[in-house]
Design a protein around this ligand. Structure first.
Ligand code: ATP
Ligand code: MG
Length: 321
């Protein structure tokens, strides 16, 4: 079974990315053959500065490896190192009805927010379909926000197979994470780079802890019980604490006698400690950046081997060969 996931190098990674995408991806390395890629073509729809794109790409590589991506087991590569993906995207676009893309929520949402409706943004689901189909992926773990794009992928694969013969492309299965997997941001909305409400995965200690101290709370006096429902401290603390510590934190809310400042301090400590092993591994990787580059180079070679097989099959099927 081949499992595929991509992450965009569109800014600094945050705790939501870690628990929502990276940690599950690391766990899935044991379940099948993992293909994990850095979606730098996709990031071009939001990153305009070339040096930023390079920096974010390398940082993402370092961060994902620091979080446990094992290049001995997973194929880890940059999307742009396999440019065949663009050829497949073109082939898919020739069977893709305009109406299918016009229906996509993420495009509608982004343009509603005033982001300019360029063709890249519109055609994003076609490139995403190509990302998946180019590697004969069987399983694609995604958040709920990507469910519709995965349906587009399955649709397009079906259309190609109908037009050019069954088995031209492998139709993948989605693996949708449920809503409970959505990590709240420091303002209570979904944690998201574009909402400016994130807790960084690898930030500097003081500014990161400061962000936690600024979490919005009500004006319950120190000695009074604090509401558990709607607390922003608890759902975040739960991510970093074992069950006993979590229960203890609930009790501290319920019993009162403990100010929000203290509760936040405990959260900040737990957060900092939780990522300490990854932080150390990250520092080692930064000192050995040649290793990171060679992991990506080897990943590109391996990914390209697979991609060449698939694109060759498709070229023959459609009459390009
Ligand atoms: P943007 O605001 O640019 O969309 P983002 O912060 O939402 O950025 P993405 O690059 O869209 O991050 O998402 C990368 C991965 O992280 C996806 O698999 C997505 O489902 C997951 N993810 C992002 N935010 C959260 C969150 N708050 N909770 C759980 N998973 C998340
Ligand atoms: Mg997002």
């Amino acid at each position: 079974m081949r499992i595929l996931t991509g992450l965009q190098p569109s800014g600094k990674l945050h705790v939501g990315n870690y628990f929502g995408a990276m940690e599950p991806a690391v766990k899935l390395q044991d379940e099948g053959e993992a293909f994990y890629f850095i979606a730098n073509y996709h990031a071009m729809t939001s990153v305009r500065n070339p040096q930023d794109l390079r920096d974010y790409t390398r940082e993402l590589a370092v961060d994902f490896l620091a979080c446990g991506l094992d290049p001995e087991r997973a194929v880890f590569f940059r999307q742009s190192d396999v440019p065949e993906v663009n050829e497949l995207a073109w082939i898919l676009s020739t069977v893709c009805p305009m109406s299918l893309l016009e229906k996509c929520h993420s495009y509608k949402d982004k343009t509603a927010k005033g982001i300019s409706p360029n063709h890249g943004l519109f055609a994003y689901p076609v490139l995403m379909a190509a990302d998946i189909l180019l590697y004969d992926s069987n399983l694609v773990p995604v958040g709920k926000d990507q469910k519709q794009h995965l349906e587009v992928t399955r649709d397009l694969a079906g259309k190609i197979n109908e037009a050019y013969g069954e088995g031209t492309l492998v139709v993948p299965e989605p693996m949708i994470r449920d809503e409970s997997g959505v990590i709240p941001g420091l303002d209570g909305q979904k944690m998201s780079k574009s909402y400016n409400n994130t807790l960084p995965l690898f930030g500097d200690e003081k500014p990161s802890k400061k962000l936690i101290m600024r979490i919005k709370t009500d004006s319950t006096p120190v000695e009074d019980p604090k509401p558990v429902e709607g607390s922003l401290i608890l759902p975040l603390f739960r991510l970093f604490a074992d069950d006993a510590a979590y229960q203890d934190m609930i009790r501290s809310h319920e019993e009162g006698g403990c100010g929000y400042g203290d509760l936040k301090k405990r959260l900040a400590e737990a957060y900092w400690e939780y990522f300490e092993p990854m932080r150390q591994r990250r520092a080692e990787l930064i000192d050995n950046i040649d290793h990171v580059d060679s992991v990506l180079a080897a990943g590109a070679t391996r990914a390209r081997e697979e991609a060449t097989k698939v694109i060759d099959r498709v070229r023959k099927a459609v009459g390009l060969k």
